[in-house]
Design a protein around this ligand. Structure first.
Ligand code: B16
Ligand code: MG
Length: 212
């Protein structure tokens, strides 16, 4: 085996919450009279909540202080969490679940490395509440991807050296974070083709060929 563990990004890798993020940011932007569309939403992938807010407010004529910004982020998150209640185990693709099960059967440790502070809620919504061996997420980091902190903590929680971990990511910032952590990476979706990953995946199950 090339690796002892795999650290998965959550949003865009295990499941898709993009549309819910979009709807919640759009509701805030509309209330503030700020233009927002799907193209701007794509720039928020893998970016922390406060950094996402800064991107949303780029189109605003008004400057806001830290307290107003904290309130906006909370407003967006409350709306987002309401929308996440619509998620269910049907939002976990059979291909993703079967691939995870196979990786586990092969003896690999499986962890999460996500920027999201809603990781545990999302995992429980899609029926994976107790599935992963360890979770490193937005609640235990101080620096966002492309900083390697979330993956280094993930490896530490799994009890593994960085060189024994493979990261799976859909955001370029996440692939950069894996490289900065000294870990190989597999890019899927948006990040595939960025030229920085160890492997590019056309589909999730292609991961099985990367670990042999
Ligand atoms: P939250 P990931 C990221 O998750 C999302 O891709 C990004 O769009 C979001 O802003 C960020 O989590 C923070 O999420 O507001 O739930 O704390 O891709 O790193 O799993
Ligand atoms: Mg992601």
């Amino acid at each position: 085996m090339k690796y002892k563990g795999i650290i998965f990004d959550l949003d865009g890798v295990i499941c898709s919450t993009d549309h819910y993020h979009y709807l919640a940011w759009k509701a805030l932007a509309d209330r503030l009279g700020v233009y927002f569309d799907e193209t701007i939403n794509n720039r928020l992938r893998g970016v922390s909540r406060m950094a996402s807010l800064e991107i949303v407010l780029e189109r605003s004529d008004k400057a806001y202080g830290p307290e107003e910004k904290a309130a906006f982020a909370e407003e967006k998150n409350n709306c987002y969490r309401e929308l996440l209640k619509n998620m269910s185990p049907a939002d976990l693709s059979p291909e993703v679940k079967a691939t995870l099960d196979t990786l586990r059967q092969r003896g690999l440790l499986l962890g999460i490395g996500s920027s999201s502070k809603n990781t545990k809620f999302i995992l429980s919504q899609i029926g994976l509440g107790d599935y992963f061996d360890k979770i490193s997420d937005g609640t235990n980091i101080t620096r966002s991807k492309p900083d390697p902190e979330v993956f280094l903590k993930g490896a530490e929680y799994l009890g593994l050296a960085p060189k024994d971990c493979l990261v799976v990511e859909d955001a370029k910032a996440g692939i950069e974070a894996a490289a900065a952590a000294g870990m190989d990476s597999a890019a899927i979706g948006d990040a595939a083709g960025c030229g920085l990953a160890t492997y590019d995946l056309a589909r999730f199950s292609d991961l099985l060929a990367c670990v042999d």
